[in-house]
Design a protein around this ligand. Structure first.
Ligand code: PHB
Ligand code: FE
Length: 335
């Protein structure tokens, strides 16, 4: 047993002599990794089962689950394993949303207190992320450190805290988050993004209360991919812009409708049935396109060049229940 930072007990075995990585237990699930792969083990229907994922894909997915506090609804690491957020509790499952496993009774789902699963996930991420590998970075921008035997760690990357502003960036007292000097260089993919700022003319008496900044300039400096930041909050309405390159590391199963506004470049979305993973639609979003992602799907995005996307979330706590009970249709508009 090792003690995680949050003081919830984490079940971990000593580091393996061959690879240097520890193995972990979460309920009756086992987690181990070797030079290339992560293996998840469980038992169902009297059988021992094991599922294998490439270690880089696993670390990228787990990084999102940890950073987003299990997000809205389902975070599928791949078609077999994932988590479902019950807000206070979290399910970890293998095969539950995969028709072949489910059909043969070879699936397993266990429910954990959010703090317990978070402490275990953080301990796994910490032990299995080697020096030089940043699970938030685009593959072209991080090393091959995820490969091979255990070699150091990258706590600076995996413990990256969201920067919170006290006021709108640019207004007096916004702390260190000024949009024009946030210290990050313009990303190589956004070298052509204009860096000018809007001109602000406040009515007399409103100086210091009105501000505007260039969101494209701001996003052009993002050093992470597939990690929406909450850039404005109006009651339950959250505007979460993000920069995307390569593959969204999870297949997100919505528990509510969410809107996408493609701000630049192009993302290809694969949309599947939430419960079975059966293909449902392919959506290619170009600049200016707007899509409502229904509440009964899972989706994964592909962005061949770094692009800018606005994810618009409705954080109303009752929504999952309203969709699940059928009181709300899974889509927002009837054509
Ligand atoms: C989503 O699952 O809706 C999602 C998550 C992260 C992103 C974009 C979309 O960066
Ligand atoms: Fe989503």
């Amino acid at each position: 047993m090792v003690q995680a930072a949050s003081s919830v007990a984490v079940q971990a075995s000593p580091a393996s002599n061959q690879t240097g990585y520890r193995s972990f237990r979460l309920g009756s699930f086992g987690f181990s990794r070797d030079e290339y792969f992560v293996h998840i083990a469980w038992q169902a229907n009297g059988q021992k089962l094991s599922h294998t994922i490439s270690a880089d894909a696993f670390l990228r997915a787990m990084m999102r689950d940890v950073a987003w506090g299990f997000f809205y609804g389902w975070v599928n690491f791949d078609p077999v394993i994932g988590t479902r957020n019950l807000y206070g509790k979290v399910e970890f499952y293998a095969g539950k949303y995969h028709p072949s496993y489910k059909g043969k009774g070879l699936d397993l789902c266990e429910t954990f207190d959010s703090r317990e699963i978070m402490a275990t996930f953080k301990a796994i991420l910490d032990d299995w992320t080697n020096e030089g590998f940043d699970p938030f970075a685009a593959p072209d921008e991080t090393g091959k450190g995820w490969l091979g035997k255990k070699n150091g760690n990258n706590r600076a990357a995996i413990e990256r805290e969201r920067q919170a502003c006290k006021r709108m960036p640019g207004l007096p007292g916004d702390a260190e988050l000024r949009s024009d000097s946030n210290g990050y260089p313009v990303n190589r993919a956004f070298a052509d993004v204009a860096q000018d700022e809007p001109e602000i003319k406040a009515e007399p008496g409103f100086e210091g209360q009105l501000h505007a900044f260039n969101l494209f300039k701001y996003l052009s400096r993002s050093d992470v991919t597939w990690n929406p930041s909450v850039s404005s909050v109006l009651e339950r309405s959250l505007c979460c812009p993000t920069t995307e390159e390569y593959i969204l590391p999870i297949k997100h199963g919505n528990d509510r409708v969410e809107w996408f506004v493609q701000l630049s470049d192009e993302i290809e979305w694969e949309i599947e049935n939430k419960n079975t993973g059966a293909p449902r639609a392919k959506v290619i979003m170009k600049p200016g396109d707007v899509a409502a992602m229904p509440a009964d799907i899972r989706h994964q995005g592909y962005s061949k060049k770094r692009s800018m996307l606005l994810v618009w979330e409705n954080a109303t706590p009752e929504l999952p229940q309203l969709y699940e009970s059928g009181k709300l249709k899974p889509y927002p508009v009837e054509f």
